[in-house]
Design a protein around this ligand. Structure first.
Ligand code: T5A
Length: 217
């Protein structure tokens, strides 16, 4: 693979989407070809699955097992339809969440068997794994405050996953901590509660050394 695959991870409101855009702008300005994606979603099929997972009127009864498989159905499509071709063409792929979210949310959060979760992820992604994962960590009170402020400023859209209780999100946060500690080479811990510019500078410090190998287009 000629390209570079970077994923962003963290709990709700940690600032991933904001930083994905900032990083993509920086890379594009330097002449890199950049593909920004989000999970679940990122393809027409994936976006339909995303709607079912998050916003559909009929999703109240969704089981944890169905949630795990739908997340990975979306991912299997994204990997084959977009990510592999983009990497083969030498693009920088920047994905807002990838399989660590499944480990954290469905594994730790929903308390599904971690070995089974890993087997499903492996089937969905094969060898396609991020070179660098930027884990933006924010304390729960920062996450809650950012989500509240967004809810006050945007029209309300029901989100099934955000309806989970506090304990669920504590388990998810713990899960991300375990993932980051287990793979320090790939997963880099960043304090997402810092001002935007400081988070952005730290991300650039980590991304920049991986870029020269790609060359320019
Ligand atoms: N999910 C996903 C699973 O359960 N399993 C999986 O396998 C996968 C892939 C996705 C949901 O799906 C779950 C996890 C999620 O529940 P989503 O709508 O894509 O849902 O939501 P999230 O990924 O959680 O993203 P959010 O939009 O909630 O948060 P972000 O992207 O982390 O945060 P962002 O950038 O939108 O910022 C939130 C607010 O904070 C401000 C921003 O301006 C914005 O208002 N902000 C800052 N303010 C101050 N200082 C900073 N440094 C700031 N950075 C951002």
């Amino acid at each position: 693979m000629k390209g570079l695959f970077i994923s962003f991870e963290g709990t709700e409101g940690c600032g991933k989407s904001t930083q994905v855009k900032l990083l993509a702008n920086q890379l594009t300005a330097l002449g890199y070809r950049v593909r920004t994606l989000r999970e679940p979603g990122g393809t027409p099929i994936g976006e339909e699955i995303r709607h079912t997972l998050k916003h559909s009127q009929h999703n109240h009864a969704m089981t944890a097992e169905a949630e795990l498989l739908l997340m990975n159905a979306s991912r299997a499509q994204l990997v084959r339809e977009i990510i592999r071709p983009a990497l083969a063409a030498g693009e920088v792929v920047v994905c807002d969440r990838f399989y660590d979210s499944t480990t954290a949310y469905q594994g730790y959060g929903r308390e599904l068997d971690l070995e089974k979760v890993k087997a499903v992820i492996d089937f969905a992604v094969g060898e396609t794994k991020p070179k660098l994962t930027l884990f933006l960590h924010v304390p729960p009170e920062v996450s809650a405050a950012r989500l509240k402020s967004r809810q006050e400023n945007l029209p309300f859209v029901r989100d099934r996953i955000e309806e989970a209780d506090r304990k669920f999100f504590e388990r998810v946060a713990h899960g991300f901590g375990v993932i980051a500690a287990a793979e320090p080479q790939r997963v880099k811990f960043i304090n997402g509660a810092q001002p935007l510019e400081m988070v952005c500078a730290k991300i650039w410090e980590l991304v920049h050394p991986l870029l020269p190998r790609l060359g320019r287009w």
